[in-house]
Design a protein around this ligand. Structure first.
Ligand SMILES: Nc1ncnc2c1ncn2[C@@H]1O[C@H](COP(=O)(O)OP(=O)(O)OP(=O)(O)O)[C@@H](O)[C@H]1O
Length: 889
């Protein structure tokens, strides 16, 4: 059935009615989805006919006022409600996909698509008792590889460090490759990391993944199954549980084929446990809401006001956004998944495929989800690389509340093919390790309870099993010579499309639904191109770059052609469309319309009027006049013939109109869906814009606050400095600066000269005194070796000397010196003057110069004097200059 142009093989799986639906006393509704039985071929025997699967379904619109057309859809195969997980695994050729990965390194993709609650996760991940496609594929893979697996760590072998190095060197996606034991130890021994389980959804209830064995906590003790008491598993420390798991690894390591050990079945998760889990989750929700404002106590008051002012609608939107930004995390971590709790049915022993024994194999498991069109690693909830703590997002990232989105891009080692860069890839040595990693990753996946599904996937989950191989022996010769090569089997559990009305979603869940529907609409467009091309036999040009989901699903669907030496064949892709035949007709028909490989629209055949007339029996004695009651010759044959033609024509016209109407209705439904998707997209965008504005405003406020704070500090510092400078100046200038004359030496000479003159006058006066008093007539010693001290005062014109009492006193003193000098003991004067300390003189704004001169020098300097000349004694004051520094005042 799958032609050359097909990028995906598309299978349809019908979901059986739910248990409670069967029991419910519900009015039986007419089935609207009918599976066409396959037409047996001539060469088919009885067995073939029984085994053969139908390929077409008919969609019979429910009987309502609208006369809708019947649609027929063709798929690669259709699985009935009774089809088992193993049937699906076999028929979608999953083993062939695994062989491709193991032998040829060709990538494989298995995805499920459908309306919410139609059984996608059930198909991919199974239930507590039945494995899903992921578990079955992993089991087949490990069984096939057997002892050719290379493990980085083994309890009984030395750690193979070079294995990780060589894997890392060959990885094109810049992945962080770590062994499963290290990963599990990190996850379950880290005390403060909280993990949110799929089981902990607000509406956790009946059915769904909440009951999967992989989440089961306590289970009945079965001798020999697991050394730890299962009842105490919740109470045991994570390290204990890890040690226990390690010991189980050790015992499992001896088992060559991982699935061959029969482990006991897990006990069902009881309702009480579910309720407890639900309560815890709700508490955690409210904690998140209340905690977020407490993160920034500085803004708490203002935020509280802002919060109060918000309308209830806005409050709701904000709350939803907060839940979205800070996803729900529980303080309690679910216990480490235990191998004894994994489902072991169906047995896959017979599906193991052969491998090349010359090769060593390594299996790397990675998981990521596409949420709101962004890619998040499910195995590294704690971001690596230490984000900046300055922003709110940085703090949240640091605390592990938010996860950093990854990029789907070309890398240095992968120039012609995009890869999800920076993923964490876990090297799993056996099936149990891979399952534990898978379960750990699933606890990180976003789920929510909706009106349609109690545990509804809110993101598109990608589980990647990467198989690397290289020739055994010269493995350490250098990874460039003998690099690891291989392929990846990606198993994808898409989120379900849903109608907000049916799912009763609000807030962030509604916004998520908008994103989900939008991405599924793009996926539908891509698949539609495929089916159109298939019908017209043309090469499909798929518009897959419209969103992350379609990019991830389709970018590998085309052969890489840029470098022939690195040629990669296109992936082998399988899409399993799930549908609930008793679910929502419109949503299901929409999914079928774009996913089906072939589609036909047929109009319900209206029996022609002539046939109807012919089929009419005589009305008997009904009392009404019908054409049959008329006498045979009432209408002529010609008239009847004309009427028949007219009726046939009208019937044809009517049919054509019905077809047109049907087409229009389909178009209208599509347009409605698009409108709904764009409305939801707008809501999301509006919320995003609001959040962005909010954050921007907060950032701006912070910046502005910082600016003002800096300016204030600066101002304070400046004024402080200014005051300090002022004080310093005051301290410095508390004494007056006395400016001596520019040429002090010359001035001194002047003064000395003046002194000489004065001295001469004094001598003359003494002589005169002697001559006037004959009794005291004495001969004057010619050269008395006497010391004479003189005081010279200088003052500026600008200073009024009379206003300064000290200067006045000095002046008086000088007068006294001059007046008393002849009669008093001249030696006493210097002593009196010396009592005034130079410091005092300086402080009081005067300068005192004391000059001691010997009489001999005086005599040398004295001009020749005529004794007895009666000249009047005069005293000449030199130019006095006092300057006061203005700055002081
Ligand atoms: N083939 C099946 N047989 C038995 N039970 C099924 C089958 N398919 C689905 N179910 C049950 O239907 C319920 C919903 O299925 P599931 O969670 O797989 O839906 P979904 O399509 O993944 O929904 P969503 O898109 O919301 O995540 C589950 O309880 C699941 O066990």
């Amino acid at each position: 059935m799958a032609p050359q142009t097909s990028l995906f093989q598309v299978f349809l799986r019908l979901r059986p009615p739910m248990q409670q639906n069967q029991n419910a006393a519900k009015a039986p509704t007419e089935p609207w989805l009918l599976v066409e039985q396959p037409t047996p071929k001539i060469q088919d025997n009885e067995d073939d006919i029984q085994k053969s699967h139908p390929t077409h379904v008919t969609l019979q619109p429910p009987n309502d006022s609208r006369k809708r057309a019947i649609e027929r859809f063709g798929f690669t195969k259709v699985f009935h409600e009774e089809a088992s997980q193993l049937d699906v695994f076999e028929e979608i050729a999953a083993v062939e996909n695994i062989q491709n990965v193991l032998k040829n390194g060709r990538d494989g993709l298995i995805a499920t698509l459908g309306v919410t609650g139609s059984g996608k996760s059930h198909t991919i991940l199974g239930t507590k008792s039945q494995r899903g496609l992921t578990q079955m594929s992993l089991d087949v893979l490990y069984r096939s590889i057997g002892s050719n697996i290379r493990r980085p760590c083994h309890p009984e072998l030395p750690t193979d460090v070079q294995l990780l190095e060589s894997l890392q060197a060959c990885d094109p996606s810049d992945a962080n490759i770590i062994p499963a034991t290290t990963f599990l130890e990190n996850v379950y021994s880290d005390g403060d990391r909280a993990r949110f389980s799929r089981a902990q959804t607000p509406m956790a209830g009946i059915g769904s993944r909440a009951q999967t064995p992989l989440m089961v906590g306590p289970s009945s003790p079965v001798p020999g199954s697991f050394p730890m008491s299962p009842g105490l598993s919740f109470l045991s420390t994570p390290r204990d549980s890890f040690a226990t798991a390690r010991s189980s690894f050790a015992s499992d390591a001896t088992v060559k084929s991982p699935g061959s050990t029969r482990l006991p079945r897990p006990r069902r998760l009881c309702r009480a446990t579910e309720n407890t889990v639900t309560t815890i989750h709700k508490q955690s929700l409210s904690t998140v809401e209340e905690d977020v404002p407490q993160k920034e106590p500085l803004h708490q008051a203002s935020k509280a006001n802002v919060w109060e002012r918000l309308s209830p609608k806005k409050k709701h939107a904000k709350k939803s956004l907060m839940q979205d930004t800070y996803p729900m995390h529980n303080t309690r971590r679910p216990p480490m998944p235990r191998p004894s709790a994994f489902a072991h049915e169906p047995d896959m022993a017979s599906y193991a495929t052969s491998i090349n024994p010359q090769y060593d194999y390594v299996v790397l498991v990675s998981m990521y989800e596409v949420y709101n069109d962004r890619i998040f690693d499910l195995l590294s909830s704690t971001p690596s690389g230490g984000p900046a703590m300055s922003t709110r997002q940085g703090v949240a990232l640091q605390k592990g509340l938010m996860r950093r989105p990854l990029l789907f891009k070309n890398t240095e080692m992968s120039p012609d093919r995009k890869v999800v860069a920076g993923l964490k890839k876990i090297v799993c040595s056996n099936y149990d390790e891979a399952m534990m990693v898978l379960e750990t990753g699933l606890t990180e996946r976003r789920v929510a309870g909706t009106g349609s599904n109690s545990v509804s996937s809110r993101s598109h989950g990608f589980f990647c099993i990467e198989v690397k191989k290289k020739i055994r022996g010269n493995d350490y010769a250098g990874h460039h010579l003998n690099p690891w090569s291989g392929g990846t089997l990606s198993i994808v559990d898409l989120a379900g499309s849903e109608r907000a009305r049916n799912a009763k979603t609000t807030g962030s869940t509604l916004a998520e639904a908008g994103k989900i529907n939008e991405s599924l609409m793009y996926l539908g467009q891509c698949l539609q191109v495929q089916s159109d091309c298939q019908q017209h036999g043309t090469k499909p040009i798929v518009p897959f770059r419209q969103c992350k989901l379609t990019e991830l699903l389709f970018s590998n669907s085309f052969p890489s052609s840029s470098d022939p030496s690195h040629y990669r064949p296109p992936q082998k892709a399988v899409m399993v469309v799930t549908a609930d035949p008793s679910g929502d007709f419109n949503a299901t028909s929409q999914i079928l319309r774009y996913s089906a490989l072939a589609r036909e629209v047929t109009v319900p055949r209206i029996p022609s009027v002539t046939e109807a007339m012919g089929a009419l029996k005589p009305a008997g004695h009904s009392g009404r006049n019908t054409p049959m009651d008329m006498p045979p010759n009432y209408f002529s044959a010609q008239e009847l013939e004309q009427a028949r033609h007219e009726i046939d024509r009208l019937a044809e016209e009517c049919n054509a109109l019905v077809v047109r109407l049907t087409e229009e209705e389909i178009k209208r439904t599509e347009a409605e869906l698009r409108l709904q998707a764009s409305e939801e997209k707008m809501i999301v965008q509006e919320q995003e814009v609001r959040e962005e504005c909010w954050q921007e405003m907060e950032t701006m406020l912070e910046i502005e606050k910082g600016r003002w704070r800096a300016a204030f500090e600066n101002e304070r510092f400046n004024s402080q400095e200014y005051m300090d400078e002022k004080l310093e100046i005051l301290e410095k200038n508390v004494s007056f600066d006395i400016h001596e004359d520019k040429e002090p030496d010359g001035h001194v000479e002047d003064l000395e000269r003046e002194n000489e003159v004065l001295r001469a006058k004094l001598a003359a006066m003494e002589q005169e005194m002697q001559t006037r008093s004959p009794t005291k007539k004495k001969t004057v010693p010619k050269t008395p070796a006497k010391k004479v001290s003189k005081v010279v005062l200088e003052e500026t014109h600008s200073t009024n000397i009379l206003q300064n009492p000290f200067l006045v006193s000095l002046k008086e003193m000088e007068k006294q010196v001059i007046v008393l000098q002849p009669s008093s003991n001249v030696d006493e004067e210097p002593a009196r003057l010396s009592e005034i300390s130079p410091r005092k003189l300086t402080l009081r704004g005067s300068a005192v110069r004391t000059s001691a001169m010997t009489s001999s020098s005086q005599e040398e300097m004295l001009p020749p004097q005529t004794p007895g000349t009666g000249k009047k004694k005069t005293r000449k004051l030199t130019t006095r200059k006092w300057e006061v520094d203005d700055d002081i005042f």
